[in-house]
Write a protein that binds this ligand. Structure first.
Ligand code: DON
Length: 309
């Protein structure tokens, strides 16, 4: 395998002169305060080595990347019956779109658009108090990353709780179709807190490593999911992980990935590595602008792609 450190060092150098490109998410007031001129990257290989560049140790709000971990929990709890309440098709619309929901009777297109993620959270909430459900997810992420310091930024959670009108609309709409089983305030309470989990690139790359290694974390030896389930989660990340930008991301990067409006992206290079990149400025579809480009450079340089050897 090509030496990774010089590759990410040179990507970081290129990005230095472009810091601040894109637009920081401002519909969550607390995220609007983040300095856009930051860029970090961490690559953890399946051999257990980690390579970093830039602000790889700076905490950021993982936002929608949390949906991958919540889906993994829901699949563990309820297995394939998850798919009775949420689909597996790319949406072709924005992450917070409501239009398809009406036409499709309250069954969201996939688990990564907001509506789908809210349903997945509702599944994990079954039999629990909201506090227990968010505790379960946080413990799971700490276990995956092997890092007990990972925590929730309550300011971000409260900021979204106070302004998340669209998510309240989506959740109420699904409740009217019977596809939300708990009070809207409970499910969204968990959802806003999962999105407000704070991590850095190193922690995130470690947490995603099981997806690059057939469901097993090669550093801790923990078996997290089956090989088949890891493949399927990767398939969903590839087809739906970047919303209406998923096709473009597959074309340019060629690897499964999940973005968040905090500017983070988690990418899986099966059999090779887990990669986390963070830069807060977003492109027009709500994915990190510099982050997406950095991942394209990395995949090209390393020759990593799920579409060819
Ligand atoms: O629900 C929301 O709008 C945010 N908490 C998460 C959205 C998000 O990260 C979309 N990703 N690019």
């Amino acid at each position: 395998m090509q030496n990774i450190q010089p590759v990410i060092d040179s990507i970081y150098d290129i990005m230095q002169s472009r810091l601040g490109e894109g637009k920081v998410a401002d519909y969550i007031p607390e995220l609007a305060k983040i300095d856009p001129k930051q860029f970090g990257m961490a690559v953890t290989t399946v051999e257990g080595e980690t390579f970093v560049a830039g602000n790889a140790q700076t905490q950021f709000s993982i936002q929608s990347i949390s949906k991958v971990f919540m889906l993994t929990l829901a699949l563990g709890k309820t297995g394939e019956s998850v798919w009775k309440r949420v689909g597996r098709e790319p949406s072709g619309s924005a992450f917070n779109s409501i239009v398809q929901l009406e036409r499709e009777s309250g069954i969201p297109r996939n688990p990564f658009v907001n509506a789908g993620a809210i349903v997945v959270t509702d599944m994990v909430l079954a039999g629990h108090q909201p506090r227990e459900a968010i505790g379960e997810l946080l413990r799971f992420i700490r276990y995956l990353a092997d890092d007990e310091t990972i925590s929730i930024d309550n300011k971000v959670a409260q900021s979204e709780q106070a302004t998340g009108y669209r998510n309240f609309a989506l959740a109420n709409f699904m409740r009217s179709f019977g596809n939300l089983h708990h009070p809207v305030e409970h499910t969204l309470g968990v959802y806003f807190h999962q999105c407000a989990i704070s991590m850095n690139c190193v922690q995130l790359a470690r947490a995603g490593l099981f997806l690059a290694n057939r469901g097993r974390n090669p550093i801790t030896g923990h078996s997290v999911v089956s090989d088949r389930r890891a493949r399927r989660i990767n398939a969903l990340m590839l087809t739906c992980g970047h919303y209406d930008g998923s096709g473009d991301f597959a074309y340019h990067v060629g690897l499964p990935g999940k973005s968040g409006v905090g500017g983070g992206i988690l990418v899986v290079a099966p059999g090779k590595a887990s990669v986390a990149v963070w830069s807060p400025g977003l492109n027009e579809v709500g994915n990190s602008a510099l982050g997406s480009e950095a991942l394209e450079m990395l995949a090209n340089e390393m020759g990593w792609s799920v579409f060819g050897a």
